[in-house]
Design a protein around this ligand. Structure first.
Ligand code: HEC
Length: 102
């Protein structure tokens, strides 16, 4: 019964299309390239899910945050140190982090 329910859920999610796929992508990139710092606030990084830490950053606008994530800033390495990621991969991860943090 449980198995059938979760299979149906997976089906529904894949049918939901673009937005769901982009968000999955962001989660995957986050889990592979960004979590090491942002899960625990390492080196003063804004911790995912910490609304207060993200509020002022979100207020700068998404373009600024994309640019910081891609080009680096202070202890934040460009693309989280993963130069193999495309700009779009990094932006998807930023979208994911911001959605989890507001
Ligand atoms: C080595 C640790 C580290 C890794 C890995 C890392 N970050 Fe960061 N990140 C930081 C730190 C530290 C800051 C705070 C920089 C500052 O404001 O001086 C930060 C800040 C940010 C910000 C806020 C930018 C702003 O303009 O305020 C975003 C967005 C971000 N990181 C996204 C990412 C993404 C996406 C990844 C994975 C691709 C990632 N980070 C990987 C350490 C890291």
């Amino acid at each position: 019964m449980h198995k059938i329910t979760s299979l149906a859920l997976v089906g529904a999610l894949s049918l939901a299309g673009g937005a769901a796929v982009a968000n999955d992508k962001g989660m995957q990139v986050y889990r592979s390239a960004c979590f090491a710092c942002h899960d625990n606030g390492v080196a003063g990084s804004p911790k995912i899910g910490d609304k207060a830490a993200w509020e002022a950053r979100i207020a700068q606008g998404m373009e600024t945050m994309y640019s910081t994530a891609i080009n680096g800033k202070g202890a934040m390495p460009p693309k989280g140190g993963r130069m193999d990621l495309s700009d779009d991969d990094v932006k998807a991860a930023v979208d994911y982090m911001v959605n989890e943090s507001k």
